[in-house]
Design a binder for this molecule. Structure first.
Ligand SMILES: Cc1cc2nc3c(=O)[nH]c(=O)nc-3n(C[C@H](O)[C@H](O)[C@H](O)COP(=O)(O)OP(=O)(O)OC[C@H]3O[C@@H](n4cnc5c(N)ncnc54)[C@H](O)[C@@H]3O)c2cc1C
Length: 253
């Protein structure tokens, strides 16, 4: 097996290294010490084409492979682990499930601006009583006319507050359905009934933003159901499988 990187991979490494050292490095200590996320860093990653790096060009992605994506995250992580975390959460957790399970309409509406770096993505699965045991989640979505009504709180969510588009998981069926009792939804920042809770103070990755997503009778249009009703747990687990590529690349960097 040939482990040599292609010319394209070496080019992406050099270009992200230049960006990380030239643009991110000057502010990295300040962001970490004062514990704040700067949306400009995300916007600049978008201008460089990193926010859609592994997505097809017809969805405004860069059309590169996952090796290129991992190299980009490594290079960001080498200089600014928070920027690497912000990007990999956006790509792997916020955008990928829309690529994999979204309708063509959802991809055009959400994935395209996310790949362009115009909209930032987040992923809401964890709850105070549902971490490793995600099946214990109690956030629920009740169908009502043309909408689902979402109630519950997600915690520790990366990019929360800053991100514009969230893939959120909630119970839509009875306990007996076990893993098929959950569905995935695309929820936009600004939807009435959707607010942000307390911001986490962290020991590391202090330049990424983490906080609660709070849903109080939040109406989600039925067209924002991602995949089919009952597929949410499968979507969450598959998304986390891909997310591990980003986490590993951050750590290598
Ligand atoms: C920096 C950061 C960013 C995050 N970003 C997001 C995000 O964007 N979206 C999101 O949804 N979530 C996010 N999370 C939440 C993360 O996914 C959870 O922290 C994780 O699932 C673990 O859940 P928990 O913290 O409740 O720990 P627990 O599940 O309570 O685990 C605590 C400890 O117990 C161990 N443990 C758990 N179950 C068992 C068992 N059955 N047997 C033996 N040991 C066990 C675990 O290994 C761990 O060491 C983030 C967390 C952090 C720290």
């Amino acid at each position: 097996m040939d482990f040599k990187l292609s010319e394209e991979h070496e080019m992406i490494r050099q270009s992200v290294r230049n960006f990380a050292e030239g643009v991110l490095a000057p502010g990295v200590v300040d962001r970490d010490e004062k514990e704040y996320f700067d949306r400009n860093t995300f916007d600049q990653m978008g201008q460089l084409g990193l926010t859609g790096i592994p997505f097809a060009e017809n969805y405004s992605g860069a059309g590169m492979d996952y090796v290129a994506y991992a190299i980009a995250v490594e290079e960001l992580g080498r200089v600014d682990p928070s920027a690497a975390d912000t990007l990999s959460t956006h790509v792997s957790l916020g955008s990928w499930p829309i690529l994999a399970y979204g309708s063509e309409e959802q991809k055009q509406k959400f994935l395209v601006p996310m790949a362009q770096g115009i909209k930032q993505g987040g992923f809401g699965l964890t709850e105070s009583n549902a971490g490793s045991d995600a099946l214990a989640m109690s956030c629920k979505a009740d169908p009502d006319g043309d909408s689902y009504v979402l109630n519950g709180t997600k915690i520790f969510i990366t990019n929360a507050g800053s991100a514009d588009v969230y893939v959120v998981f909630a119970r839509t069926g009875p306990k007996e359905l076990r893993s098929k009792a959950f569905s995935a939804f695309i929820v936009e920042k600004g939807t009435p009934g959707f607010t942000f809770g307390k911001f986490e103070k962290k020991m590391g990755l202090r330049g990424t933003q983490n906080c609660d997503l709070v849903f109080e009778d939040c109406r989600i249009p039925k067209e924002n159901l991602l995949g089919k009703e009952g597929e949410g747990f499968k979507i969450a687990m598959q998304t986390l499988d891909g997310g591990r590529i980003g986490i590993a690349a951050q750590s290598v960097g």
